[in-house]
Design a protein around this ligand. Sequence first.
Ligand SMILES: Cc1cc2nc3c(=O)[nH]c(=O)nc-3n(C[C@H](O)[C@H](O)[C@H](O)COP(=O)(O)O)c2cc1C
Length: 134
Amino acid sequence: MVKMPAEVKETLEKQKPIPIATASKAGMPNVVFVGLMKIIDDETIMLADNFFYKTAQNLAENPKISILCYNGDTKKSFQIKGNVTVTKEGPDFEAMRAWVHGINNKLPAKSCAVVKITEIYNAMWGPAAGKQVA
Ligand SMILES: Cc1cc2nc3c(=O)[nH]c(=O)nc-3n(C[C@H](O)[C@H](O)[C@H](O)COP(=O)(O)O)c2cc1C
């Protein structure tokens, strides 16, 4: 696991909606927007699955994710990669439901996707593009 530096957390918090990429076991990529993202700690992100379909199938067979963020004011962009654990019961799931239903209690809050961050890259154009930052 790696820790998100402050600039990564700040950039991710400003990204709305957040593009997340998953892939099937066969390698077919799939990108969707997610609005409900919470930073749990420096190495952990929670995503709320309200409407995941291909994303849920992909995570079940290939529990890896790539998350992208960009802030045009600070001109920073990062690509965060990690391993995902999906739960439909237990403390993480209950925490996700409380959070999501606190925003809108009509949302289905189907499952909780917890991302443990394994790699972070600089995704801003320029000489540092593609360089690993954590
Ligand atoms: C602005 C925006 C925000 C979204 N936020 C979420 C979200 O927080 N959780 C969720 O499950 N789906 C969210 N969606 C829906 C997903 O982007 C997507 O439609 C859904 O996962 C189905 O696509 P899939 O079959 O590729 O998974 C959002 C869509 C948009 C356009």
